[in-house]
Design a binder for this molecule. Structure first.
Ligand SMILES: Nc1ncnc2c1ncn2[C@@H]1O[C@H](COP(=O)(O)OP(=O)(O)O[C@H]2O[C@H](CO)[C@@H](O)[C@H](O)[C@H]2O)[C@@H](O)[C@H]1O
Length: 468
């Protein structure tokens, strides 16, 4: 099958969070199964663009409202990522440093979607599947099914994967003129709550909808930032497929970013070397358990609770634990997390910012990873933690529920029910008790490193779904 993935992110080209990891891996694993999966994404002004070789495969114009903008599509020449990568270049609109966060994001992603379809519409052959990821690509199913200019594509099955239903990309009907002409009687397929809502539109128009874990599929019927009823209505064509992880990128045995590579046989010495190095850099106590949080500092991740959780834990433990945070997001949370460093230096530190290599070093060097998420469609961090022998402490929600079993239930993690300070502090205490039983900790580490969360299984599940 020929599968085209449309996405705003793809690791290592451009990554803000988990979407980038998924789109950087799933196509590679689909190709390994004998298919031809490709990625079409915006050409941002990132390092990857400057450090790799590209050829031009398309030169054209994209019509955005009353403007015609020049478009160029580049193909990466060497198949470096294990799949064909196409970058849509629109000067002045897409070629910026950041992926998101601009006032004209709506226009940027509409232009990217139209330009991608214009290009594909003039191919001699047609792909078998068009797979859209999140709201930035959510207008594609509507445009393909309803715009006269894409009538040659309208027999191609479209898929939507929801990585996070919190973000929907809504914009006002005053921007309708940016979209290619369609029969206005079909406007209800774009509308949700009197706005044009790309995620809602994709849920309505895509042939199939998937979520990134089975539990999240259940949860969004009652908690989906206003889309609950729609998702419940479309449940018949919706499926939950648990994300995998890229075992080649996240491989503690070969990871070049670590201070010391290790396997599950050498996990004790490997973890110690990586932990010692982190403790040296961040002024932490090597002899004490190291808890960490890695992620976007936003409400969904429970990040606003972290400062209080850490104050409590550090005070209650009286110097017996370490905490290291890596993240960026809400400036208020960033400040509050930084502030703790002044009071608990030696046991606490925070790196505010984005640092891919440091994230690998922390997954490898930490003893426990905290994920007190309010919403977690899948969560990749807990799976990276497991692969690097780090015990996850997670709220039982979404993909966390599907991947972590509590030690009290014969499992290997610490689970709690609510995303609140008391539950998380209690979980931190349980982890500390566990840490004192080093024999058990060693057994758990050895075991969790063997759990297979690679993409092999999920890549096949997507193929099966395309063929249904
Ligand atoms: N400051 C920082 N420095 C370095 N690395 C950082 C970082 N902050 C985050 N990361 C990395 O970004 C990724 C985050 O992955 P998640 O799955 O937790 O995220 P996210 O909420 O973005 O994704 C959404 O999509 C994914 C994919 O489907 C779902 O798993 C998830 O539940 C859903 O919310 C991990 O690779 C993590 O290491």
């Amino acid at each position: 099958m020929e599968i085209i993935h449309f996405s705003a992110e793809c690791y290592p080209v451009a990554k803000v969070g988990g979407l980038g990891d998924v789109v950087g891996a799933l196509p590679k694993y689909q190709n390994k199964l004998g298919h031809v999966a490709k990625v079409v994404m915006p050409a941002y002004d990132t390092k990857f663009l400057h450090q790799n070789e590209f050829e031009v495969v398309y030169d054209g114009w994209v019509r955005l409202g009353y403007n015609n903008l020049p478009v160029r599509i580049f193909r990466e020449k060497t198949n470096k990522l294990g799949f064909d990568l196409f970058l849509v270049h629109i000067a002045g609109l897409l070629d910026r440093e950041k992926v998101y966060g601009y006032a004209d994001d709506t226009e940027r992603f509409i232009a990217y979607q139209i330009a991608s379809l214009d290009w594909i519409a003039q191919w001699e052959h047609k792909p078998d599947v068009m797979h859209c990821h999140d709201h930035h690509t959510g207008l594609i199913p509507f445009m393909v099914g309803n715009s006269h200019i894409y009538r040659h594509l309208n027999h191609i099955p479209t898929f939507l994967t929801i990585h996070n239903a919190q973000y929907q990309g809504q914009f006002g009907w005053d921007k309708l003129h940016y979209l290619p002409a369609y029969d206005l009687r079909n406007s209800s397929k774009l509308d949700w709550g009197n706005s044009i809502n790309p995620l809602a539109s994709a849920i309505k128009c895509a042939w199939r909808v998937t979520t990134v874990s089975p539990s999240y599929l259940d949860e969004i019927s009652y908690k989906a930032n206003g889309l609950e009823n729609l998702l419940a209505q479309e449940r018949g064509k919706s499926f939950g497929i648990l994300n995998g992880i890229d075992n080649e990128v996240w491989n503690p045995q070969k990871d070049q970013m670590l201070n010391k590579a290790f396997t599950n046989r050498t996990v004790e010495s490997g973890k110690k070397a990586n932990k010692d190095a982190l403790c040296d850099v961040f002024n932490l106590d090597k002899t004490k358990p190291l808890y960490t949080f890695i992620g976007r500092l936003v409400g969904e991740k429970g990040a606003d609770l972290l400062p209080d959780i850490f104050w409590n834990a550090l005070q209650q433990s009286d110097g017996e634990i370490n905490i290291l945070v890596l993240g960026s997001g809400d400036p208020d949370v960033e400040d509050r997390l930084n502030e703790i460093t002044h009071y608990h230096a030696g046991n606490y530190n925070a790196y505010i910012g984005y640092n891919e290599a440091l994230s690998h070093q922390i997954y490898a060097g930490a003893d426990f990873l905290l994920m007190p998420s309010r919403v977690e469609p899948c969560g990749l961090n807990q799976m990276y933690a497991l692969r690097y022998g780090t015990i996850p402490i997670v709220r039982r929600i979404g993909g966390l529920k599907d991947t972590v079993t509590d030690i009290g239930d014969g499992g290997f993690g610490i689970c709690h029910d609510q995303s609140n300070i008391w539950d998380v502090n209690h979980a931190i205490g349980r982890a500390y008790e566990l840490y004192l039983d080093q024999k058990r900790v060693k057994e758990i580490r050895k075991f969790i490193m063997t759990i297979d969360h690679s993409w092999d299984r999920a890549a096949q599940q997507y193929i099966d779904l395309y063929q249904m």
